[in-house]
Design a binder for this molecule. Structure first.
Ligand SMILES: [Zn+2]
Length: 189
């Protein structure tokens, strides 16, 4: 078992993660349904089960859906629930928008869309702080759009942004060792 089970990557964004076909339980007082990609059927199924006067449906590409979700949540009252149907990369971005608007984890439901093996994710460069949007999976190596370093897509996702952390694949060997802060190394016992 790899460390990924204990990482900040949500279960639905992990490789081979479960694809849940069930509908979320409606526990809120209003609903924002957000879809990216080929999820019109899912959105329609959810919408048909919810009170129309308190349900908002958003469907578009990642950027459009994120912007519309953000504005929908600025007007939302307490008790709003966000249901997301999208590929994992888009879902991470949309979840970050909802978390940024003050929602808690249990107010956000993500149903991953059955998708291609590689989804588009956003990778934050630990070196130049650029964000690269690319088709990649965890442990892949991508070229940073900012500094062109080869970045390893690490199994850490920022809750605030939905970005994966990327760092230079050979960072440990390419950098000179830090000056020793301690006069000697303690033997490992
Ligand atoms: Zn970079």
């Amino acid at each position: 078992m790899s460390q990924i089970a204990f990482s900040s990557v949500p279960a639905w964004a992990r490789p081979g993660g479960p694809i849940e076909a069930t509908s979320p339980v409606p526990t809120g007082s209003s609903y924002v349904l957000v879809g990216v990609g080929d999820v019109a059927e899912t959105l329609a199924r959810w919408e048909s089960a919810l009170p129309p006067q308190v349900t908002t449906r958003i469907h578009g590409d990642t950027d459009t859906a994120a912007a519309q979700l953000g504005s929908a949540l600025t007007e939302a009252v307490v008790g709003v629930r966000v249901w997301i149907a999208a590929d994992a990369g888009s879902a991470l971005t949309l979840r970050a928008v909802a978390l940024g608007a003050g929602l808690e984890d249990d107010e956000i439901t993500v149903v991953p869309a059955a998708s291609a093996a590689e989804v588009t994710v956003e990778v934050f460069c630990a070196h130049c702080r650029s964000v690269t949007r690319t088709a990649a999976a965890i442990d892949d190596v991508v070229a940073c759009a900012g500094c062109r370093r080869d970045l390893l897509v690490y199994h850490h996702v920022s809750r605030r942004t939905g970005h994966y952390l990327g760092f230079m694949i050979d960072a440990e060997t390419a950098q000179s060792p830090c000056p020793a802060n301690e006069p000697h190394e303690e033997p490992v016992s």
